[in-house]
Structures are given as C-alpha cells and as structure tokens.
Design a protein around this ligand. Structure first.
Ligand SMILES: NC(=O)C1=CN([C@@H]2O[C@H](COP(=O)(O)OP(=O)(O)OC[C@H]3O[C@@H](n4cnc5c(N)ncnc54)[C@H](OP(=O)(O)O)[C@@H]3O)[C@@H](O)[C@H]2O)C=CC1
Ligand SMILES: CCCCCC(=O)/C=C/[C@@H]1[C@@H](C/C=C\CCCC(=O)O)[C@@H](O)C[C@H]1O
Length: 337
C-alpha cells in the first residue's frame, strides 16, 4: 500500500497566497490495475499560473502542478519500474497514473526527455513547459529577426531567462528587466545587452535610453504598470507576446473587469499598429519535442544556461510557491524531495 502526501487548497487566497491557504494531508493510493503505474515525485514545480488556477479549482482539491516522477510500481510494460516521466497531477508525493491519464493529458504526462548528465529537474524547467513557452512564444509568435530589439521582463525567471538567451541566439538586441541587482548581474551574464532592476529604475527612462528607435518585440511576463509603460516604447508594427501578467495575479478584482493597473491603452495599440497576442504553451502540444530537442541541443552546445532555485522537502511547497511572488527565485523554482 502506498500512502501519498498531498497539498490541498484549504482557502481561496486573498492577495498574495499565505501558508494557511494550504493544508497537508495523506491519501492511500489504490493498488495498480492493468496498465496503471504508481510514481514517486522527484522534483515538483511551483509556477505563477497556480495562483490563477487557485481561483478556479474546487476548494480542498489537490493543488494543480507538474512534477518529474519515477515509476515505483508498474502494470504497464511501456512504463517499467525505474523510468522517469513528467505528469501534471499536482502537489503530491505519490500518484497512481492510469492508461486514461496517459491518454487524456499527452502533453503533461510524457516521458522525461533524454537528459544524459543534465539534472532531471530540468524536465519541469528549461527542458519542459517553461522552456517551450520561451521557445515557441518567442520564435513562433514573434518571429524575431537579427537586429530586432527585444524587451523581456521577469528576465531572471524560468521563462524570461530562456527568452533572453534564445533572442541572443537569433541575433537580437535584448533589453531585460528583473527585480534585484543579483538577478541583473546574472541576466547580463546570459548576454542581455541592457539589463535593469525595475525596482530601482524608471522603466520609461531606461527604455528611452536603451531603445531610442523603439522595441520590435515585447515578450511580456509581468503585465500591469510595466506593460502600460512599455507599450509607449514600441516601434510601429511591433509585436507584443502576452505570455503572463504576474504583477496582476494577486489583485482582487471582480471577474471580467480589467485589472486596476489597466495595462492596455487602445490608442497606443492602434496608432502604433501593434500586434498583441496572448498565448498558452499548450497551443504547441503537437510540436512539444521539437522545442525540447532544440533546447537540449543549445544547452549541450553551451548556448543556453540555466539556474534553479531549489528548496528541499515536500513540506516547503507552499512557501516555495509564495516565494515566486516575492521574487525569491532565480531561474526555475523547484521543490526536490
Ligand atoms: N502563457 C503560458 O503558457 C505560460 C505563461 N507563463 C507566465 O510567464 C511568466 C513567468 O513565469 P515563470 O518563468 O514560471 O516564473 P519566474 O521563474 O519568472 O518566477 C516569477 C518571477 O516573477 C517576478 N515577479 C513576481 N511578482 C512580480 C511583480 N509583481 N512584478 C514584476 N515581477 C514580478 C519575480 O522576479 P523579479 O525578481 O524579477 O520580480 C519572480 O521571480 C508568468 O507570468 C507566468 O504566468 C509561464 C508558463 C507558461
Ligand atoms: C491569467 C492567467 C495567465 C496564466 C499564464 C500562464 O502562466 C499559463 C500557464 C499554463 C497553465 C494553464 C493555466 C492557466 C490557463 C487558463 C486556462 C486554463 O487552462 O485554466 C498550465 O497549463 C501550463 C501553462 O500552459
């Protein structure tokens, strides 16, 4: 019999999530039936979108999320004991996956890419959903050309740090923003041309100096006031890729009402004839391993670097998650068991 530890959403977070919004419980897993496996978590992801999901999932359900896990019991010849996979059954130490799970969620219940000597935790980071978010969000949606000026915020994070580097691989000039001097130093090491601490720098002044001819591509991870300012610095016919808006996730607002920060100014969008496109990475589910294979090649060629902010212990899931909103992570935030 396998007993899983799970984190459930005990209360709807109000503003920034708090530890008391989550409760740790145990769950006895049913034995494997034909085609089932039981997996043990190796590395669990905490991601900003979980704050958005916490508004939607039923109270007391297990928090949504992805993890790298190892098969410890198997009645499925495709998944023998000892193999590793990525699944999206959330904040739990052990999970029983059925053949239906593998059928229903092919994108988020998939084999761990061949890692070689790379850490398996990359399967929830650069060699997983965040990495592909940067890859497809920048290359497919924005189609950068050599010489383009690319603006990226959240630039020391899992997605942002990959966008910085992929934009440099494509010959772009990169303007990056992050929330501490330590992060600024790292993003400079990644090759960004202009890097600013948005907490101590006027965004408008920085962009006027760094992009006097305007920004061709804005890869937005933050939204809100940052975006309200950044739009004024776009070059005509520029592209805005709305990846995320983490500055707004903790705002309390009535559903379907614009956030108080009100990022979008139609007059600017129209007069600059901007293309603004929101996206979710599972748009590219049918090309998942195209992105991951290219990213792995770039890592092995030394063209893509990564950092992980690792905390140890399943009991740390809520604090690691909350830390995202305090900027505690550099690179991908990971909880290792
Ligand atoms: N569209 C899609 O399919 C996907 C979208 N996303 C989105 O991409 C963005 C980045 O995600 P991810 O890389 O996983 O997270 P990160 O690894 O970047 O971690 C979050 C970071 O956001 C920054 N941040 C937190 N609060 C604020 C704030 N109020 N204002 C500005 N910056 C803030 C912090 O860095 P700092 O110190 O710089 O403030 C923090 O470290 C998120 O908006 C996320 O929702 C992610 C995956 C898929
Ligand atoms: C306003 C929320 C923006 C979230 C951006 C982001 O980080 C998306 C991440 C997705 C995530 C799906 C989460 C929310 C999408 C809303 C629709 C839904 O499916 O509930 C997860 O599936 C991995 C990333 O693709």
């Amino acid at each position: 019999m396998v007993v899983a530890k799970v984190w459930r959403l005990a209360r709807r977070p109000v503003g920034t999530p708090r530890l008391e919004d989550f409760v740790l419980e145990e769950e006895v897993l049913p034995a494997c039936g034909e085609g089932d496996v039981i997996v043990e978590a190796v590395a669990l992801s905490v991601d900003p979108y979980m704050r958005y999901r916490a508004r939607l999932i039923p109270l007391n359900s297990v928090m949504f999320g992805t993890q790298v896990a190892k098969v410890i019991e198997s009645k499925n010849p495709k998944w023998p004991v000892g193999t590793h996979l990525v699944h999206c059954e959330g904040w739990r130490t052990h999970t029983r996956l059925t053949t239906q799970d593998f059928k229903d969620k092919p994108l988020f219940t998939s084999p761990l890419p061949e890692m070689g000597d790379l850490p398996k935790s990359l399967g929830i980071g650069l060699l997983g959903m965040p990495g592909n978010t940067a890859y497809f969000g920048l290359l497919d949606l924005c189609k950068p050309k050599a010489g383009d000026t690319v603006l990226v915020n959240g630039a020391a994070g899992a997605v942002g740090s990959a966008v910085v580097q992929i934009a440099k691989i494509k010959g772009c000039t990169v303007i990056a923003f992050a929330g501490s001097d330590e992060k600024v130093a790292w993003v400079k090491e990644l090759g960004a041309d202009h890097v600013f601490n948005y907490k101590t720098t006027s965004i408008g002044d920085a962009l006027s100096k760094a992009a006097p001819k305007g920004i061709n591509i804005y890869f937005d991870n933050v939204g809100g006031k940052f975006t309200a300012e950044a739009l004024h610095h776009m070059a005509d016919f520029g592209c805005v890729a709305l990846c995320g808006a983490i500055s707004t996730y903790n705002e309390e607002r009535k559903e379907d009402v614009a956030t108080p920060t009100g990022a979008f100014k139609e007059s600017v969008l129209i007069t600059k004839q901007l293309r603004v496109e929101g996206f979710l990475i599972y748009r590219w589910g049918n090309r998942w391993f195209e992105g991951l294979n290219q990213i792995r090649d770039w890592i092995l060629q030394g063209k893509l670097k990564y950092k992980e902010t690792v905390v140890h212990g399943f009991e740390k899931m809520p604090s690691a998650f909350i830390g995202l909103f305090q900027g505690e992570n550099i690179g991908k935030a990971v909880v290792m068991l």
